[in-house]
Design a protein around this ligand. Structure first.
Ligand code: GDP
Ligand code: GDP
Length: 444
């Protein structure tokens, strides 16, 4: 069974034109007159290499025109219920109409996977016009011109991403990523925490120079390997890869600049902490830097073999994390010994799990169920005596998860309430150790 992709929108936004463009065959009749008879509403299509069944609802929505609810109850609704993906089309030139908003509200509630298509966005100014559609709360509008064949590439990509991998091709679906694209990992930490030892243990061979002469620097050492979970991992250059040879250098503070460079390049940061010393201010600084850069973080609690008071040591770490790293609440900690290899088997699965969360996309419907609950449990405080009305949330981006909340005076919400929303989101969708971004946008 091919996935069904349904094109929806009010009359005259260009559904049939888009349908013809995607089906690459002239099937539906395109006419300026709304309500013109259409002979065919379904066609096979190939979108970004995937076979789909494309359904055009043009004409269907015109039956009982009074309310959207009324329209939805008939055949369109049946078509929509069977959809694997809805392409919701608006007319970027005409701007948003009440009918668009009504359709959007219905779609958000129905929690169907939706891509918002801003059609007729050809030429200059098209993109700007399309951006108005942001406020529909259905994610980032994809600006296209069905008639002039513009923006269709982005549309194809978005459809492919929304549909995920074809079922028989690969089951690596949780990241939505090309399985052969390596995960970019940075191993960071204080000098002597055991970064080189850990890397050697991970790649299973002495790929690193273990005792270089002082002053020997090696720039951008790329190491790539296949981890036990089967995925490719590419190590991005870190200061830790340059083995410090002299005692004085070991005492030197780790350079923020070089760590920052590695963080920017990486998707996931493996922070190696020396369990004999515990997590100190420098480790926290690195973790906060990673969070600020929007990277997922996993802690390798190294030298576990040499720790005597294990329970107390672990407790102390948890206390420090709770007190000083609330932004990465629930961060994964893997106690291990890079030297003996004990616990190493738990590391890459933890890394993969954090990576998958960091990549995760939450459907708008699911997100708004959480949002409504969160608001009900704890309504936003008034700002200078005036009520703040938050309307809906949408996940505008993954990597890291980014939520945009729309509402009247939304941007005036106090920091405390933002934190409440972020924490509530993190709990609802179990996002430990992943930075979460919250954007607030005022609507009138
Ligand atoms: P439907 O009722 O939603 O199926 O809309 P149609 O596909 O029949 O298109 C309605 C009108 O919009 C027709 O006159 C199309 O030629 C026009 N149209 C469709 N796509 C575009 C576009 O990308 N740009 C412009 N300027 N007009 C378009
Ligand atoms: P780097 O500066 O972070 O790259 O740290 P190294 O990998 O050079 O390790 C620093 C020191 O810690 C070396 O003497 C290692 O032998 C030691 N070390 C590394 N991992 C472990 C471990 O799991 N257990 C113990 N006991 N020592 C370790």
């Amino acid at each position: 069974m091919h996935p069904t992709v349904v094109i929806l929108g009010r009359p005259n936004v260009g559904k049939s034109t888009l349908f013809n463009r995607l089906a690459q065959r002239k099937i539906a009749i395109v006419d300026d007159t709304p309500g013109v008879t259409r002979d065919r509403k379904e066609a096979p299509a190939r979108i970004a290499g995937r076979d789909v069944t494309l359904v055009d609802t043009a004409g269907l929505e015109e039956a009982p025109p009074d309310t959207v609810a009324g329209r939805m109850r008939n055949s369109s609704e049946a078509a929509l219920r069977a959809a694997d993906l809805v392409l919701f089309v608006i007319d970027a030139r005409a701007g948003l109409m009440p009918a668009d908003r009504a359709f959007a509200a219905w779609l958000r509630r129905a929690s169907l996977p939706v891509l918002l298509i801003a059609n007729k966005a050809e030429g200059r100014g098209g993109m700007a016009a399309a951006m108005e559609a942001f406020e529909l709360g259905l994610g980032t509008p994809i600006a296209v011109s069905a008639e002039h064949n513009e923006g269709l590439g982005a549309l194809h990509e978005a459809v492919a991403e929304a549909l995920g991998e074809a079922p028989d091709e690969d089951e690596d679906e949780d990241t939505g990523d090309d399985p052969e694209r390596p995960l970019r990992l940075a191993i960071v930490g204080r000098p002597n925490a055991g970064k080189s030892t850990l890397l050697n243990a991970l790649i299973g061979q002495e790929r690193m120079i273990t005792g270089p002469e002082p002053g020997l620097t090696r720039d951008s050492v790329a190491v790539q390997w296949r981890d036990p979970t089967g995925g490719l991992v590419r190590l991005v250059d870190t200061a830790g890869m340059r083995k410090k040879a002299r005692i004085e250098e070991k005492l030197e503070q780790m350079s923020v600049a070089s760590t920052l460079g590695a963080l920017k390049e990486a998707e996931l940061v493996l922070l190696v902490v020396d369990a004999l010393l515990g997590m100190d201010e420098q480790d926290l600084r690195i973790a906060r830097l990673a969070e600020r850069e929007g990277r997922a973080v996993v802690i390798a609690f190294n030298k576990w073999d040499a720790v005597e008071e294990r329970t107390a040591t672990r407790q102390k770490l948890d206390d420090v994390l709770t007190a000083s790293l609330a932004q990465l609440k629930g961060i994964a900690v893997v106690p291990l010994s890079a030297q003996t290899g004990r616990g190493l088997d738990k590391l890459m699965p933890a890394v993969r799990a954090a990576y998958a969360l960091w990549n995760r996309r939450i459907p708008t419907g699911e997100l708004n169920r959480w949002f409504e609950n969160a608001l009900a449990r704890h309504p936003p405080p008034a700002v200078s005596g005036r009520r703040v009305k938050l309307r809906y949330a949408t996940m505008t981006k993954a990597r890291p998860p980014t939520i945009t909340v729309f509402g009247t005076r939304a941007e005036e919400i106090p920091e405390e309430y933002r934190r409440y929303l972020v924490n509530s989101f993190r709990e609802a969708f179990t996002m430990p150790g992943v930075p979460v971004r919250l954007q607030l946008r005022g609507t009138s």
